[in-house]
Design a protein around this ligand. Structure first.
Ligand code: ADP
Ligand code: MG
Length: 852
C-alpha cells in the first residue's frame, strides 16, 4: 500500500512540474487566453467550490459556452495544481463517438500535449472499436456505452474520481439509464467513507431543475451565453421573395422597395433570374441590419401573393428541394459576407446527394470543392478536423451535416445556417418488433438550437426550408425522451447483465419512468426469444445478446449466423430486415418488378448451383441474392454498372449502399464481442468499409463455410423471426403466439388465407409467395403484419418445420387428431427420428452458447 501511495505522490509532483513548465509555452499562453474568454470561465471558481461541498452538480450553458472542453479541465488543473494529479481519474461521457474523439483531440491541443499522439496520454478517448489512452490518462472522453461497459466490470467504479455526463438534455436511452445507475451509486456511497465519486451533469437547455430535483436538489450553475442575433426566414419568405421579384405585376411600391435594398444590382450568373431575385436580400456589406429587414418580410407579406399560395399548396415540405437548396447556397456564397454556411440535412445519403450537386456546380467546382465538407457520425477523424479550420481567402466553407452539428460540435465561423427541419431518429416499429431509423421533423427546441449555430461570431441568418406554420403549429416543443418512446428490450438486458436487480423496480427509478406496459412487453419478448428464463435469469443466449448493441431479434440471427458458418447471407438479411426492402415500385410497373424479381432468383450467381425452387419462395433470400449480385458488379465493374444493375432490377441504389454500411457495422459488432475476428488494418483505420464488406463475404472465411446452404440460412432467419410463423398447409392451423389461424377456404387463386381473430390476412402482393398455390413446406415466417385496406403479411419465407424445431420455440398445431406440439406433429408425419435428432441438436446449441 505504501509503495502504491509513493508512486502516486511521485506522479502527482511530476504532473505539477510538467504543468508549470507548459505555462511558459507561447501556444499554451495563447490557448489560456482564448479559454479564459469563454463564458464558462467565469464559473470556474464556483464549480470547483460547489464540487467540494456536493457530490452532484449540474452545469448549464448555451452550446459553445465551453462546457465540454473546459469543465473537465477545471477539475484536472485543480487536482494537478493542488498536488493530487496522481489520483485524478475523470471520465466524461458523450452521446456520440465522433464527439468523444474530436473533443479529446481539442482538449489535448489546448493543453499543448506533446505530439505525436498528443491525444492518448494525459487526455484520451475511448469509443467502440477505437481508443487512444494509456496508463497515464487522467481525463478520458468516452461514449455512454463504454462507461456502461466499465460498470459491468466494476459496479462501484472504484478509482474513478469524477464522472461528467455531457449533453444530459438529449435524454437518450443510455443517458437516462446511466443517471439511474449513478444515482444508486451516490446514494450508496453517502453511507460509506471511501473516497467519494463526484458527478457533474452538463446540459445545454434550460430545464435543469428536472436534473437537480432528481439528484436531491443538487446545485445548478449556469454560464451566461454570449450569442449574436440570428434572423430567421421560413420557406414562404423565401418563395415570396422569388415571386414578387419575378412578377412584373407586383405592386409598384413593393418593386421599388425591393430594388431599393438591392444595392448590388442584378447579378449575372448561371442561374439567371432566380438568383437575380434572391440577390434582393442584399449585398454583403450590411447584411443583417439594412438589407434584410425581418420586419419588411413578415409584415409586407402577411397576405401572400397568389403565386406563393400556389407554391405553398404545391409545395411538398416532405421532399427536400435540392434545386432550391443549391440556389440558396450559391446565393449566399455570391452575395453575402464572410462566414461559413452550415446546412442541416436528415442523413448521410442526403448529404452526399447535395455534396455531389454542389461540387458539380460552377461555383463550388475546382479548388472550392475542397471546402464543401460532409459531417456525420461515420466520417474519418482526420476529415472531421477540417470543419474547424479556416478556409483560404475567397473560398467559402460549406459544411453539410446531420444533427451532429446541432449541439455536440461547435464550429465557430458559421454565419449562415440552412435547416431542412428533419433528422433521423430511432423509432420502434411494433409490427416488426424492430427499431429502425426513420426520418421525421425535428422539434422546436432542435430548430432553435440549429438556428443558434449561426450567431457564434456575429449576427447570422438562418434559412428554414419549412413553413412558419410547420414550426409554430406542427413541430413538438421538445423531443420526447427516448425512454418514453423506445422499446426497453435492450435496456432490460443491460440491467440483467449489470446485475442491477429486477427490471421493473429498476426502471421505475428513472428520471421519467417508462409506462408499465412498455416494461411488461419488453420482458415478455426477452422470454420469447430465450434470453431470459426462470425468475428473470439471463440465459447464455441472453448474455451474448446483451453485449450486442442491436435489436435482440437481429442479434440472435447474427449470433447464429456466425456460429453456423453462414454469416455473409445473414449479414445481408439482417440489414434488410432492420432497414427496408430495396425494391422500388414505379407506377404501373408492378408486373415488370415481379418479373425482375423472378429473374434475379432464377439466375445463378457465380456458376455455383445455389438456386433451387425452394429458394425462390423467399423474399429474404431474394434480397440477399440481389445484394450479392450488386456487390459483385460494383466491385468488378464499378459504380456505373452497379447503378445500371439497380435500374434493371428495380432496386434502390441508396438502399444498397446503406445495406453495405450496415453489413460492416454488424460485422464489427460481432468482432467486438470476439465472435469473429476482422483484419487489424480495419480497426487501425487503414482499411476501407467497402473492402471490409468484401472481406466479410469471402467464401473462404470460416464464418462463411456453410453460406451456400440456403436451408440453413432460412433456419437461422426463422430463429430471428419466430414467433412470426403461419401455417400454409390446409388442414393444420398453427396456434402460434401471433394468433394466426388458417381460414377454412383457400383464396381465389388457391393460395392460403388466415384469420387473425378479426379480419382476413393475406400474403402481401409484393411477396414472391403471393401467387404460389402449393408450398413444399407447411410453414412460413414473416417480418410483419401490416394493416392497410386488408391485413397483410409482409416479406415472407417458406420454411421447413425442422427450422422451427431447431431454432424456433414451441408451436401448437391444431390437427384432426387434436392439439399437437410441433414435435408431435413431426412424429405423425413420419419424421420421428429427425424430430429426436433435432431436439438433441437444440440442446447442443444451448450448451455451445454457454461455452462461448
Ligand atoms: P459547449 O460544450 O458548451 O458546447 P465546447 O466546450 O464544445 O462548448 O466549445 C467551446 C469552444 O471551444 C467553441 O466555441 C470553440 O470556440 C472551441 N472549440 C471546441 N472544439 C474545437 C475544435 N475541435 N477546434 C477548434 N475550436 C474548438
Ligand atoms: Mg458540449
Amino acid at each position: 500500500v505504501d509503495r502504491k501511495k509513493y508512486a502516486k505522490d511521485a506522479e502527482s509532483s511530476y504532473l505539477r512540474q510538467e504543468q508549470e513548465s507548459k505555462r511558459k509555452l507561447k501556444k499554451y499562453k495563447e490557448m489560456l487566453c482564448s479559454r479564459a474568454a469563454l463564458p464558462i470561465a467565469g464559473l470556474k471558481v464556483d464549480i470547483l467550490q460547489m464540487l467540494k461541498e456536493n457530490d452532484v452538480l449540474v452545469v448549464c450553458g448555451e452550446t459553445g459556452s465551453g462546457k465540454t472542453t473546459q469543465v473537465p479541465q477545471f477539475i484536472l488543473d485543480d487536482m494537478i495544481e493542488s498536488g493530487h494529479g496522481g489520483n485524478c481519474n475523470i471520465i466524461c461521457t458523450q452521446p456520440r463517438r465522433i464527439a468523444a474523439i474530436s473533443v479529446a483531440e481539442r482538449v489535448a491541443d489546448e493543453r499543448c500535449e506533446p505530439s505525436p499522439g498528443a491525444v492518448g496520454s494525459l487526455v484520451g478517448y475511448q469509443v467502440r472499436l477505437d481508443s487512444a489512452r494509456n496508463e497515464k490518462t487522467k481525463l478520458l472522453f468516452c461514449t455512454t456505452g463504454i462507461l456502461l461497459r466499465k460498470l459491468a466490470g466494476d459496479r462501484s467504479l472504484s478509482g474513478i474520481t469524477h464522472v461528467i455526463v455531457d449533453e444530459v438534455h438529449e435524454r437518450s436511452l443510455l443517458g437516462d439509464f446511466l443517471l439511474i445507475v449513478l444515482k444508486n451509486l451516490i446514494e450508496k456511497q453517502s453511507s460509506q467513507d471511501t473516497p467519494k465519486l463526484k458527478v457533474i451533469l452538463m446540459s445545454a437547455t434550460v430545464d435543469s431543475n428536472l436534473f437537480s430535483r432528481y439528484f436531491g436538489q443538487c446545485p445548478v450553475l449556469t454560464a451566461q451565453g454570449r450569442t449574436h442575433p440570428v434572423t430567421n426566414y421560413f420557406l414562404e419568405d423565401i418563395y415570396e421573395y422569388i415571386n414578387y421579384n419575378l412578377a412584373s405585376d407586383a405592386p409598384a411600391a413593393l418593386r421599388y422597395e425591393t430594388s431599393a435594398i438591392d444595392k448590388s444590382g442584378p447579378v449575372d450568373n448561371h442561374r439567371g433570374k432566380k438568383n437575380l431575385v434572391l440577390s434582393a436580400w442584399g449585398d454583403d456589406s450590411q447584411l443583417s441590419e439594412d438589407c434584410i429587414n425581418p420586419h419588411y418580410i413578415s409584415t409586407s407579406y402577411q397576405t401572400y401573393s397568389e403565386q406563393t399560395q400556389k407554391n405553398l399548396k404545391r409545395l411538398n415540405e416532405e421532399i427536400i428541394d435540392y434545386d432550391l437548396l443549391e440556389d440558396l447556397i450559391c446565393y449566399v456564397d455570391e452575395t453575402c459576407g464572410e462566414g461559413a454556411i452550415l446546412i442541416f440535412l436528415p442523413g448521410v445519403s442526403e448529404i452526399y446527394m447535395l455534396l455531389d450537386r454542389l461540387v458539380a456546380s460552377y461555383r463550388f467546382g475546382g479548388p472550392s470543392s475542397d471546402w464543401v465538407l460532409p459531417l456525420h457520425s461515420s466520417i474519418a477523424s482526420k476529415d472531421q478536423k477540417k470543419v474547424f479550420l479556416w478556409p483560404p481567402d475567397n473560398i467559402r466553407k460549406v459544411i453539410i451535416a446531420t444533427n451532429i452539428a446541432e449541439t455536440s460540435l461547435t464550429i465557430d465561423d458559421v454565419v449562415y445556417v440552412i435547416d431542412c427541419g428533419k433528422h433521423k431518429e430511432n423509432r420502434y416499429n411494433p409490427q416488426k418488433k424492430l427499431t429502425s431509423m426513420v426520418e421525421d421533423w425535428i422539434s422546436q427546441a432542435n430548430a432553435r438550437q440549429r438556428r443558434g449555430r449561426a450567431g457564434r461570431v456575429k449576427p447570422g441568418i438562418c434559412f428554414c426550408l419549412y413553413t412558419r406554420h410547420r414550426f409554430e403549429k406542427l413541430m413538438r416543443p421538445y423531443q420526447v425522451p427516448e425512454m418514453l418512446r423506445m422499446p426497453l428490450v435492450e435496456l432490460s438486458l443491460q440491467i440483467k447483465l449489470l446485475s442491477l436487480g429486477h427490471i421493473k423496480p429498476f426502471l421505475s427509478k428513472a428520471l421519467e419512468p417508462p409506462r408499465e406496459e412498455a416494461m411488461t412487453s419488453a420482458i415478455s419478448l426477452l422470454y420469447e426469444v430465450g434470453a431470459l428464463e426462470g425468475d428473470e435469469q439471463l440465459t447464455p443466449l441472453g448474455h451474448h445478446l446483451a453485449k450486442l448493441p442491436v435489436d435482440v431479434l437481429i442479434g440472435k440471427m447474427l449470433l447464429y449466423g456466425a456460429i453456423f458458418g453462414c454469416l455473409s447471407p445473414i449479414l445481408s438479411i439482417s440489414a434488410f430486415l432492420s432497414y427496408k426492402s430495396p425494391f422500388v415500385y414505379p407506377k404501373d410497373e408492378k408486373q415488370n418488378v415481379e418479373r425482375a424479381k423472378l429473374a434475379l432468383l432464377a439466375d445463378k450467381i457465380d456458376g455455383s448451383n445455389d438456386s433451387n425452387y425452394n429458394d425462390r419462395l423467399s423474399d429474404h433470400l431474394l434480397m440477399m441474392v440481389a445484394y450479392k449480385k450488386w456487390e459483385k458488379i460494383l466491385s468488378e465493374r464499378g459504380f456505373k454498372a452497379a447503378q445500371q444493375f439497380c435500374a434493371t432490377y428495380f432496386l434502390s441504389s441508396s438502399v444498397m449502399h446503406m445495406i453495405r454500411d450496415m453489413r460492416t457495422q454488424f460485422g464489427t459488432l460481432l468482432a467486438d464481442i470476439g465472435l469473429i475476428s476482422i483484419p487489424k488494418s480495419y480497426q487501425a483505420g487503414r482499411m476501407k468499409k467497402e473492402n471490409l464488406d468484401s472481406w466479410l463475404s469471402e467464401k473462404s472465411q470460416p464464418f462463411n463455410m456453410y453460406s451456400h446452404h440456403s436451408s440453413l440460412v432460412k433456419a437461422i432467419l426463422c430463429a430471428g423471426l419466430y414467433p412470426n410463423v403461419a401455417a400454409t398447409e390446409h388442414g393444420i392451423t398453427a396456434a402460434t403466439l401471433n394468433g394466426l389461424k388458417q381460414s377454412s377456404r383457400p383464396g381465389k387463386k388457391g393460395h392460403p388465407i388466415w384469420y387473425d381473430g378479426r379480419r382476413e390476412v393475406h400474403i402481401h402482393p409484393s411477396s414472391v409467395n403471393c401467387n404460389v398455390k402449393a408450398f413444399p413446406h407447411p410453414f412460413l415466417v414473416f417480418l410483419e403484419k401490416v394493416e392497410t385496406n386488408k391485413v397483410f403479411l409482409r416479406d415472407t419465407t417458406i420454411i421447413s418445420p425442422f427450422s422451427i424445431l431447431l431454432f424456433g420455440g414451441a408451436i401448437n398445431i391444431q390437427h384432426q387428431t387434436g392439439l399437437l406440439t410441433i414435435d408431435g406433429w413431426l412424429k405423425l408425419t413420419a419424421s420421428a427420428q429427425y424430430a429426436v435428432l433435432f431436439k438433441e441438436l437444440r440442446s447442443t446449441l444451448h450448451a455451445l452458447l454457454k461455452e462461448l
